[in-house]
Design a protein around this ligand. Structure first.
Ligand SMILES: Cc1cc2nc3c(=O)[nH]c(=O)nc-3n(C[C@H](O)[C@H](O)[C@H](O)COP(=O)(O)O)c2cc1C
Length: 265
């Protein structure tokens, strides 16, 4: 499936994590069908996939201790699954999953990446997961009430979710005055990517023929791979590049580098 870049670029601006859902508002059948379709069709890597589940969403999140990640009244969820034989599985799942999240946003639905506080065994009992696969993250989907509850505000405050680091703290390589326009636009979109506890572990090395994403921080991992966060930012970067008329290809790299977006000449 080709990336619907203008639609997803708009969704990047609009998306915010939401953790509470309106139990009286089921997902519109057309939105559900569109979401299922994108889960099946947006699969750019053979070892990363997404599955929409419309039953038992509550049991996936229920009863967990602590308020970070406490998801309430979700009518459905999406599982992001990777085959662990693939050395780049984390970034591939991040990239693929964020495509689904942005399409859900464009469809008017609310989401929240959840990497730690869910029950993988319950998810695995609801969908088929092979012995080589792992459910790396999930997202609840549904419609959130317009007003944000105090509990949600507490979590947002804890993860300082609206704050993003300035680009100046994230970049190296070509000086800014030498950047072509597409680089500015793409890095602005990349900067807005969501990450676990909003840790923003990425850095960007700007070169004349593309941009390399690397892991910039040595902060704690919370048992969620920083390369998964980096996969999310990779998708944002490419969506904005495409919207600026720049096509390219990703080349995966060894740690602490993640991947280089090489522009097509
Ligand atoms: C890989 C990943 C895992 C996450 N895991 C959780 C989680 O377990 N619980 C939770 O409440 N939020 C989780 N989040 C949501 C982040 O806290 C949120 O994206 C970040 O604070 C930025 O806020 P925003 O999404 O509203 O822009 C996760 C985000 C990502 C990308």
């Amino acid at each position: 499936m080709d990336i619907p870049y203008s639609r997803w670029h708009l969704a990047i601006e609009k998306r915010r994590s939401r953790r509470h859902f309106d139990p009286k508002l089921p997902i519109a059948p057309e939105a559900l069908a569109a979401l299922d379709k994108v889960c099946n069709q947006f699969a750019p890597f053979p070892y990363a996939r997404s599955r929409l589940v419309t039953e038992s969403a509550e049991s996936v999140f229920k009863g967990l201790i602590g308020s970070y990640g406490k998801i309430k009244d979700a009518p459905a969820f999406i599982a992001f699954i990777g085959n662990m034989d693939d050395p780049f599985v984390q970034e591939e799942v991040g990239y693929t999953g964020e495509g689904i999240i942005l399409e859900a946003t464009a469809l008017g639905l609310n989401t929240c990446w959840v990497g730690g506080f869910f029950r993988p065994k319950t998810v695995a009992s609801l969908i088929e997961v092979s012995s080589k696969e792992r459910v790396l993250a999930v997202t609840p989907v549904g419609y959130s009430p317009e007003s944000v509850s105090w509990e949600e505000k507490l979590i947002t405050g804890f993860s300082r979710s609206r704050n993003r680091l300035p680009l100046s703290k994230l970049i190296r390589g070509l000086p800014r005055e030498k950047w072509p326009d597409w680089v500015n636009v793409s890095l602005e979109a990349a900067r807005l990517a969501p990450s676990a506890v909003n840790r923003q572990p990425w850095g960007f090395d700007v070169q004349s023929d593309g941009i390399t994403v690397f892991v910039r921080t040595a902060s704690p991992g919370f048992n969620i791979s920083k390369r998964l966060d980096c996969g999310i930012t990779m998708l944002h970067l490419e969506v904005a590049a495409l919207d600026s008329n720049r096509k390219g290809e990703w080349e995966f790299l060894q740690s602490p580098q993640v991947a280089k977006f090489k522009i097509r000449s």
